[in-house]
Write a protein that binds this ligand. Structure first.
Ligand code: 5AD
Ligand code: SF4
Length: 435
């Protein structure tokens, strides 16, 4: 019997890349590859990359530099770059790092096996097309092996919003939704394999139109699957939160009370220049409607500080919006110039100013996050257990609101969903006891 070849995949960036990496690993299974945790014994190294900020993209080149020695020792080693850096830079990657054998953009993953064969034959393999076909249908179907209790499922890709700072519409292309029947059959399959919580993914997931009633329609269909206990979705644009999706937060028990709804900034001037197509007030009204549907909803957001022409007064508007919303979690970034996007051409905010604003913003968000987390103490909440903790007899899982929760109890298994009383709030997680 021939030895299986080993594939090392390193994933950067968003959850969609995590999902894509899983699907690529499965597809490569058909080529006789098994996954390995270390690049040292790999026959192929694949970096699934992120281009969203400059730092994320530069990391790829330094990571590739680290594999030089390995490639010199083992010329048979094949090195591939996938994801959004592959899409944005294409053949430039092979020019900058000639040891790269394969470059594949996110819309061409179904061609990975052919590309691998080409690279194995000693040729350079490059594919950054935006083909018409549904890559997920063409990727080898998922094997039936058991798996952990949580899974990502990509239902939508691409973005038509063209925020002035963002590369996604260029790297991932126009919005495309997977048909609901395909999503439902993949979901049923995952549930049969042990999945109890699904996170539906899309760059603009609430613009999903693969079901006649949009994302809410899809969620309501998914909720009928026995054995599926929890549904989440990410990432959403405020302008695509329709009435039914807001209502689903109140009436669909399986839809979890946590919503990632990025606003980016709180100043109307900056929102306009970002091309976000809504005001701060409209965002706040939307949050009110969501909380009317689901009063205990935890909100999460993304923020950019130091967008071109952001003044101290604009920044204070962002702080005021954060004060008004009270976020349960958030991600915040310094504006990063991305070549080819409209904002890259505009007058930039000095780096020191960006640093200072990011610090102040993160201090406020951390305080809010901690306050909401501390307020869980004494409450009872559902916890889906995922794995054993560091202490003997301890299990770790996620609350309905996505907090990490540690519980010491005999006999708990990954996949168990239990009511837990929260007894303590630590820096990054909660401690609880079974009710
Ligand atoms: N600079 C900084 N942050 C960015 N994001 C997207 N593009 C940029 C950029 N050029 C952030 C946004 C988005 C998140 C995924 O990344 O906040 O919501
Ligand atoms: Fe980028 Fe999101 Fe704006 Fe689309 S909606 S352009 S993915 S930030």
């Amino acid at each position: 019997m021939t030895q299986p070849k080993k594939l090392f995949i390193k994933t950067y960036g968003c959850q969609m890349n995590v999902y894509d990496s899983e699907r690529m690993a499965e597809a490569m299974g058909g080529q006789g590859y098994v996954q390995t945790d270390s690049p040292d014994d790999a026959d192929m190294i694949l970096l699934n990359t992120c281009h969203i900020r400059e730092k994320a993209a530069e990391k790829i080149y330094s990571e590739l530099g680290r594999y030089k020695g390995l490639k010199a020792e083992r010329p048979d080693l094949r090195i591939g770059v996938a994801g959004c850096v592959a899409q944005a830079e294409g053949a430039e990657i092979m020019r900058r790092q000639p040891m790269v054998d394969l470059v594949v953009g996110p819309q061409s993953y179904h061609r990975l096996p052919e590309l691998e064969a080409k690279a194995r034959g000693g040729e350079k393999a490059l594919d950054t097309d935006f083909p018409e076909e549904d890559k997920f249908e063409r990727l080898k179907s998922r094997p039936k092996a058991k798996r952990g209790p949580t899974a990502f499922l990509t239902v939508q890709e691409g973005c038509d919003k063209f925020c002035a700072f963002c590369v996604v519409p260029y790297t991932r292309g126009a919005e495309v939704s997977r048909p609901a029947d395909r999503v439902l059959s993949e979901a049923r399959d995952l549930v049969e394999r042990g999945v109890r919580e699904l996170t539906l993914l899309g760059q603009n997931v609430n613009a999903y139109h693969g079901h006649e009633r949009g994302l809410a329609g899809l969620i309501r269909e998914l909720a009928k699957i026995d054995g599926l206990a929890r549904i989440r979705f990410t990432t959403s644009h405020p302008n695509d939160m329709d009435d039914d999706l807001i209502a689903a937060h109140g009436d669909c028990d399986k839809l979890m009370p946590y919503l990632h709804l990025p606003v980016q900034a709180g100043s109307d001037k900056i929102l306009k220049r970002m091309n976000r197509q809504h005001t701060a007030e409209q965002y706040l009204r939307l949050i009110e409607r969501l909380r009317a549907a689901r009063p205990d909803l935890h909100l999460s957001g993304d923020f950019i500080v130091g967008f071109p022409e952001e003044t101290e007064a604009d920044f204070r508007d962002t702080m005021a919006l954060i004060e008004a919303v009270e976020y349960g979690s958030a991600f915040s970034f310094k504006y990063s110039e991305r070549p080819g996007t409209p904002a890259a051409e505009r007058p930039q905010v000095p780096e020191a100013e960006k640093d200072d604003r990011l610090q102040r913003l993160q201090a406020l968000l951390t305080r809010q996050q901690r306050a909401l987390q501390d307020a869980m103490v004494g409450r009872e909440v559902g916890v889906l257990f995922e794995k054993t903790g560091r202490l003997p007899g301890q299990m770790v899982g996620k609350s309905d609101y996505l907090h990490a929760v540690h519980v010491a109890a005999e006999g708990l298994q990954p996949g168990d969903l239990r009511p837990v009383r929260i007894v303590e709030s630590g820096p990054n997680s909660l401690k609880g006891v079974l009710v």
